[in-house]
Design a protein around this ligand. Structure first.
Ligand code: ZN
Length: 218
């Protein structure tokens, strides 16, 4: 094996690699891991305490769930790997936010910047404060509790870390990775490779067990 990878370019949210002599199957596996398996944070549960806006609870919860959050991978675990087993999570698998807004005499636009973190890591916040959530007419109000948790793009696109594409240009094979903002592009790539290694180690352990057991003879 004589695989080489060259960094062709990098920005805050993207990077481009040249893959030299890396088989397409391997490059494609990494690409798919980036899209499907690298976890990021998004709102998983919304508790509606009050909602007199024009939006139904379901529509309001859906809009909020599409807000990407900067992700703290070092201090949180995936809910399925947490021992709390709670649907709202614990301090190891969930960050709690609240949203309380009301319109008095004038129309009020509620944005992601109005979300308040009630507990958990300061690294976790909406990627941008500019996502409009709802417009409140005079007299309307919303009060919500939100639970932000890690998840994977294969379960729902709201957790997808970014895009990853493979293409050929001038005889070079290139991998382009662009983050949606939850994690730096470099971290996305490193996590994908880590997940790849873990998957291979798991596969290898199962194979060794089968071989040691005599391939099913006993
Ligand atoms: Zn937990």
């Amino acid at each position: 094996m004589d695989y080489r990878v060259k960094l062709e370019g990098e920005g805050e949210k993207w990077l481009r690699l040249e893959l030299v002599d890396v088989p397409l199957s391997l490059a494609n596996a990494v690409r798919r891991l980036i899209i499907n398996e690298v976890p990021t944070m998004a709102v998983e549960e919304v508790l509606v305490i009050e909602n007199t806006s024009a939006l139904t609870n379901e529509v309001l919860a859906h809009r909020i769930s599409l807000i990407p959050f900067t992700t703290d991978l070092d201090n949180y675990v995936l809910p399925e790997r947490c021992d709390c087993g709670s649907s709202l999570g614990c301090e190891k698998c969930s960050v709690r936010f609240s949203l309380r807004s009301m319109a008095d005499k004038e129309v009020v636009s509620v944005y992601s910047s109005d979300l308040i973190r009630e507990s958990g890591s300061e690294k976790v916040a909406p990627v941008s404060g500019d996502f409009q959530i709802v417009k409140l007419a005079p007299g309307q109000r919303v009060e919500l509790e939100l639970y932000v948790r890690l998840g994977k793009g294969k379960r729902h696109a709201k957790w997808q870390a970014g895009i990853a594409t493979l293409y050929e240009e001038g005889g070079k094979r290139l991998l382009y990775v662009e983050s949606f903002g939850q994690l730096p592009a470099r971290r996305i790539l490193l996590e994908a490779v880590k997940i790849f290694e873990e998957s291979l180690a798991e596969l290898s352990a199962s194979l060794e067990k089968v071989v040691a057991d005599g391939g099913g003879e006993g």
